[in-house]
Design a protein around this ligand. Sequence first.
Ligand code: ACO
Length: 400
Amino acid sequence: AIDVSTFTKQTGFTALDYGFVNTASTMSDITYIDGDQGILRYRGYPIEQLVKGNASFLEIAWLLIYGELPTADQLGEFDDKIRHHTLLHEDLKNFFTAMPAGAHPMAVLSSAVAALSTYYENDSDPDNPEHVDLTNIRLLAKLPVIAAYAHKKSIGQAFLYPDNKLSYVENFLRLNFGNMAEPYEIDPVMAKALERLLILHEDHEQNASTSTVRLVGSTGADQFASIAAGIQALAGPLHGGANEAVLNMLAQIRDSGQGVKRFVEKVKNKEDGVKLMGFGHRVYKNYDPRAKLVKESADEVLAALGVHDPLLDLAKELEEIALEDDYFKERRLYPNVDFYTGVIYKAMGFPTRVFTVLFAIGRLPGWLAHWREQNLDPRNKIGRPQQLYTGSPAREYRGA
Ligand code: ACO
């Protein structure tokens, strides 16, 4: 067996910390979380005020990236530039046809973002601040278009061109739900609800995907490469992919006919490794403040859209039983942001496989803010964790 203390003395190795439970990788001015109290603030502003106030997604994107709320002129110019950059190069559309019809939209999204970089090699230099700003604009403008095309591709429908008279969120809704044959009418309730959900996802400090963006960025890679990697990290079911997993779990409970209590028993007994998806969080040991806001809006949005979804009732029943149960109490497991979002996305008409794509669109400003913060920080070093070698001692290769 390896003696960690001897190893430490011999190598200067300082900590073995699986999952970085107790290791800070950076200092950051962007987002504050107090997991015990259930507090989340962007640049000092409480999430509740930003979501319930009349903030727009792009206003908060600016706040996260540049540190202060934009003036009306700054926001107007930012919004104009983003509208100006929504078009994808026509050749990039071939990329979507090269993917199989059943391709997961997160895989398409990440690959398309990586592919996007090939069109902008001459003006995406990470050491040029103007290029950095331009790449931010390009990614903010194009990611929703790519996401909508990934969705359209998965349902076999034609791609629409963006309509730049529409706001960021309205444009996205039309690209997803509009068609070539008739004009698309924006539902203001849906647009407002989606904008709020996206704001709520904009940043969450050093989560797995943001840390991925930072790690890739620490090598000197540009935003396209770093964000493409961040999207892949987000796709995992323990991270952003949980919103899709929650809906699948709820549907399975419904279809099994076994009832919620039996499912909770399975989770507690760790039968077949079943987890209560959408529950638990590395940082929140209290109710996730985002989940609180999503739960509130789930009832409002479904009522306004005239949808009654028995899966929402099932989710509430699950939560009620779990919160009263010692297994969850002892481990301080509460609903996280992914627990109720899927029910709302489903009511809006998004297929389950597109849910995590919506998370990625929401998270993009946070990723860009972290990439930029690191890029401007003279203390930045290439990320390079240590390891504790536990393999074979030296042995001789004697040839074939
Ligand atoms: N269901 C059942 N048990 C759970 C759950 C859950 N959702 N989450 C944690 N636990 C249990 C673990 O089995 C462990 O129990 P043990 O001590 O008996 O072994 C204990 O609670 C501690 O859990 P860890 O896995 O050590 O906690 P960690 O901080 O490493 O993981 C995570 C956090 C990944 C979010 C975990 O809670 C989980 O898998 N949740 C379900 C997936 C999910 O909803 N992910 C979305 C997170 S939010 C986001 O990324 C946007």
